[in-house]
Ligand binder design. Structure first.
Ligand code: DGT
Ligand code: CA
Ligand code: CA
Ligand code: ZN
Length: 645
């Protein structure tokens, strides 16, 4: 029972104190919630809540607090609670009534706590009056319109529950790449430091840099004689909400945010995006989330095979296995085994006869292939390319010299023009483009033409003084114009013509989603035809885990853009690098590349920190076979200026 991370943490091996202050504070909060679910007296519930808050805010050493007796002197810690905490901290044992509360509360009720905006009091009420005892039965009750008539509920809160259930399901099923990588890298790092671990590496979709991650797969090399110790050490790592299964060579578990020592926070999110992923509830959803992880423990000589297998994709594996079969070999997670040797043997027994491979390069080489970088392993032509020495020379973070879609305090950014420029220079960039929102987008504080042109003056002034000082850095001045009715841009032509470039983006999603593919495609094409349009911003408007984009025929759009480029008019497609978007999708990058439509990887930064999001765009671009010459980001400032003119 560990829905939503409602578990009692295991005592760490070398206490006291056997638990951290964070753990104690979390458990007190959980107990309060469980008490409330079970209809306990409000004063009792409140005393646990208060104690949780108070201990969470202390900086004192827990062991000292107990041994000096100061714990009992704290306001709000009564005798009963004091001795319960003393036992937990000094002996590593949770009080029996807390254990009972955790194991006797129906799982379905705890599961419901994960629904944004729903607390224990209302869950209890609905349980008593409607017999609702799980997320599924709550959903049915809402659909049947049984919740709205209840006192203190109403239509609006019923609808909000339905929306919350849908969001929760989405966040439970998959996590965005940035979140998945945070968990994966933290977990990989923790396993790597366990004595006896030769090597630990993240595999699966996280290693392939897919835009969302189902579960984490980690492969660990360990000598057989240390297997047991290492397994035990993994199972007692912090951040494990529950263990689903633990065998000799495979551990399945659920991780929660306690894996992050510095806590888990979400940074500034642009309101447009936030709206699609739960608004005010988003932080609760994300930080209350969990992610499954599967760990495979194998001997060091098998490691490369297991890593390759669990990196996938399944489709890539199938193609690789077929290639092995064609050569009289059997490829699996244990080895690459000649048919003649393995006979009837299976698994690790057959692996003894495997061709050796110290790393993945050697596996590919046994099959007459160049090593394929994990991002490309989707069976979309990479095996043929690896056979014929024609794998792309993929873009890396070092190739990025600047980006064109960034916001400042002139619209909805958090940082000034100066701060953004300064950070870009410190990142080693050669140039930076500023494209604040246009007037129609009120929610993003779109700037007036006058303010925009004023910003241009400032930019020219900085550029002139950098030129004079011999600083190899320059700013480009653009706008992120809303695409209005009929594919029109949001400023008059005489304003647009004074800018270096225009990023044209759709923001009025509901209108675009209400129309069909043909209409949307036509409007976008009309907008692209506008002489001022340089870049098509976040081309589908999708928000990962939030909403699908509007319907549009991007193949037709890219072909249309290709025609413009052939005739010498620069029309670039944005790969919006925000991990919430990653739009253009990597699956279409290869198509843009084939058509000769330049791609621009844009962080869509709303803060100085946001500039670093460009790295997620690079991941997606790599996955889409993009090489440095396919993007505008690899140009030097002077080269880009020439191209924009
Ligand atoms: P995810 O977790 O849904 O984001 O995607 P993956 O790719 O991480 O998939 P997962 O976790 O189910 O399995 C990890 C890798 O293991 C997968 O990419 C390829 C390999 N694998 C799993 N099942 C099969 C299978 O039935 N056949 C083959 N050939 N490979 C498999
Ligand atoms: Ca996976
Ligand atoms: Ca898996
Ligand atoms: Zn923007």
């Amino acid at each position: 029972m560990a829905q939503g991370g409602f578990t009692l943490p295991k005592a760490r091996p070398n206490g006291p104190p056997y638990f951290s202050r964070n753990q104690i504070s979390t458990v007190l909060h959980q107990v309060a919630v469980l008490l409330e679910l079970n209809g306990a007296n409000v004063f009792r519930v409140r005393s646990y809540q208060n104690a949780s808050r108070m201990l969470g805010g202390l900086t004192d050493d827990l062991g000292e607090l107990v041994s000096t007796g100061r714990l009992l002197e704290l306001k709000g810690i009564g005798k009963g609670l004091g001795s319960a905490l003393t036992q937990a901290i000094m002996e590593g044992r949770w009080p029996n009534d807390w254990i009972d509360l955790h194991s006797n509360t129906p799982e379905g009720l705890i599961e419901m706590l994960g629904i944004p905006g729903l607390g224990p009091k209302r869950i209890k009420l609905m349980n008593e009056e409607l017999g609702v005892d799980s997320v599924a039965s709550l959903k049915q009750a809402a659909i049947d319109d049984l919740i709205a008539p209840m006192k203190g509920f109403g239509k609006k809160s019923q609808q909000r529950m339905l929306d919350g259930i849908e969001l929760l399901a989405r966040f439970r099923a998959r996590r965005r790449l940035d979140v998945g990588l945070m968990y994966g890298e933290a977990f990989e790092a923790k396993i790597s430091t366990i004595p006896g671990v030769v090597k630990a590496q993240l595999a699966g979709s996280a290693r392939r840099r897919k835009e969302t991650i189902g579960d984490l797969d980690v492969v660990v090399a360990v000598h057989q004689e240390q297997l047991e110790e290492v397994s035990e050490a993994i199972l007692s790592l912090p951040g494990i909400a529950d263990v689903k299964g633990a065998g000799d060579s495979k551990i399945s578990l659920i991780l929660d945010t306690t894996i992050f020592e510095g806590g888990f926070t979400v940074g500034h999110i642009d309101p447009n995006v936030l709206d699609a992923i739960g608004g005010d509830d988003y932080e609760q959803l994300e930080s209350g989330g969990t992610i499954d992880a599967q760990v495979r423990l194998v001997p060091p000589e098998v490691f490369a095979f297991t890593l390759a297998y669990f990196t996938g994709s399944k489709e890539h594996n199938i193609a690789m296995r077929q290639r092995a079969i064609d050569r009289g070999l059997k490829l699996n997670e244990f080895g690459l085994i000649p048919d003649s040797d393995a006979g009837e043997l299976k698994g690790m027994a057959a692996a003894k006869f495997s061709l050796p491979a110290l790393n993945e390069h050697e596996i590919y080489s046994h099959l007459d292939l160049e090593w394929v970088t994990p991002e490309l392993r989707e069976d979309t032509g990479e095996i043929l390319a690896a056979e014929t020495s024609s794998l792309p020379q993929l873009i890396t973070g070092k190739d990025i010299r600047g980006a064109l879609h960034n916001h400042t305090t002139l619209s909805d950014g958090e940082a000034t023009l100066e701060e953004m420029a300064d950070t870009a220079r410190k990142m080693g960039w050669n140039w930076l483009g500023i494209a604040d929102h246009s007037p129609t987008l009120k929610i993003a504080n779109g700037a007036s033409a006058e303010d925009l042109l004023q910003q241009g003056e400032t930019i020219r002034k900085y550029n002139a003084s950098w030129l004079e000082e011999g600083v190899e850095f320059q700013l480009f001045h653009g706008v992120e114009s809303d695409i209005l009715e009929g594919g029109k841009l949001d400023h008059p032509d005489d304003v647009l013509s004074q800018l270096d470039y225009t990023v044209a983006s759709v923001h009025a999603l509901s209108k675009w989603k209400a129309r069909d593919e043909i209409q949307n495609t036509e409007e976008l094409m009309r907008c692209i035809d506008h002489p001022a349009t340089t870049i098509l911003g976040h081309p589908t408007g999708r928000i990962l885990q939030g909403r699908d984009g509007y319907e549009v025929d991007l193949f037709a759009i890219l072909e249309h853009m290709a025609e413009h480029n052939e005739e010498g008019r620069l029309k670039a497609v944005e790969l919006n690098a925000s991990p919430y978007r990653l739009d253009l999708d990597w699956r279409l990058c290869k198509h843009a590349k084939g058509l000769g439509v330049p791609v621009i990887i844009n962080p869509d930064a709303h803060s100085v920190r946001g500039l670093a999001d460009v790295s997620y765009g690079v991941m997606a671009a790599r996955k889409g076979w993009i090489e440095p010459e396919n993007v505008l980001n690899s140009l030097s400032g002077p080269e880009l200026r020439q191209k924009l003119n």
